[in-house]
Design a protein around this ligand. Sequence first.
Ligand code: FCB
Length: 447
Amino acid sequence: MQTGPSHGLPPGFLFGASTASYQIEGATTEDGRGPSIWDTFTAEPGRVVDGSSGAVTCDHYHRWPEDVALLRRLGVDGYRFSIAWPRIQPTGSGPANQAGLDFYDRLVDALLEAGIAPMATLYHWDLPQALEDGGGWLDRGTASRFAEYAAIMGDLLGDRVAHWCPVNEPNVVTLNGYGEGSLAPGKALEFGALPVAHHLLLGHGLAVQALRAAGARQVGTATNHAPVLPLSGSEADVTAASLFDALWNRLFADPVLLGRYPDGIADAMPGPVAEDLLTIAQPLDFYGLNYYNPQGVRAAPEGSPVPFDVAAVPGYPTTDFGWPVAPSGLTDLLVEMTERYPQIPPILITENGCSYGMGPDADGVVDDQPRIDYLDSHLGAVADAVARGVDVRGYYCWSLLDNFEWADGFTQRFGLVHVDYDTLVRTPKRSFDWYADVIRAHRGTTA
Ligand code: FCB
């Protein structure tokens, strides 16, 4: 359903853009910031396809006033950014580093002055290396350290941040960071990574409590979800897909929203699990959900370390990343989440976007029509879900800027704004103007 430029989305619907600290800030050794697992990981040969790192990336740490001006020009209601834990606590515990606090303090004030509601993620993957040296998320103590850090940030910004997302995509951290090792800290523990999920969930619950105690207003999540589709009708593929769905989608959402683990998983978890689940299932003000594409799954060959293989679902056009463009997957996901979890709080799409590599032409224009098509169809997919009764209150596009795309370095461009990594010049793409028009039109029709 598309009913004009505002997509028929409800009045008061929030439009935003998202980024993350390690992907845009740079300045990794400045003003007392400690090393993070991403500094370590990117220094290891072969980890990042183009051998790059976030040492400079968009240099947002120095250019943030320009980026806030871009956000103002875009006209967004909200901006989701993440706080680099190692800027606040260089070794992951102990007193806060004043320069780190000042950076986010100024950023939040500038956003508010621009009329933009700040949404802060506390953990978008840049764990202080010192904590990883002590076991990282395999160690229960990391959840307690995370709660202390959350309390520091809540005290500083609780009166000004509109929305809090404690942990970005705990499933990606668990499966890709500790399970198969394509992301930092690069451990390939297979099912041995399950305790990471429990400690991230516990960290989430403790952080929600700490934020609330500090007066935070709206606290939610930023969890990656995907419809999981068996790649054939064979019993083996259907079984593999159902296991992957439990690990990717339900391992995190069930404890947070239902206060229990999917069948058979609690036994694999460490510590006083029943008691921890009470902490994990804190009431939330919103459920933040990141969506990119559905995941296809088939049974892995005999003798594989895990019983499933994940592959792109065929039959869709793909982005430059090779990710299927499947807007209906977002509608299906939103409907399914509401059916699975009838008590789910209002949903915010905390990330959605696509990678297309085009840069400025001879006239300086970045014509990224495929991104416009992607965003347009996904906003339509949200509207379809709303029409089917799902309470979605906002959409934050990934990403404001082209940035350091983790193990894919600078080879994938997700931004509404092009960044030239040699000159650091920002050039708004055509999608930027299109999104600004969508936002304006929505306000005009629903104000
Ligand atoms: C998500 C991450 C985000 C970005 C997008 C493309 O999984 O949260 O940082 O890399 O993918």
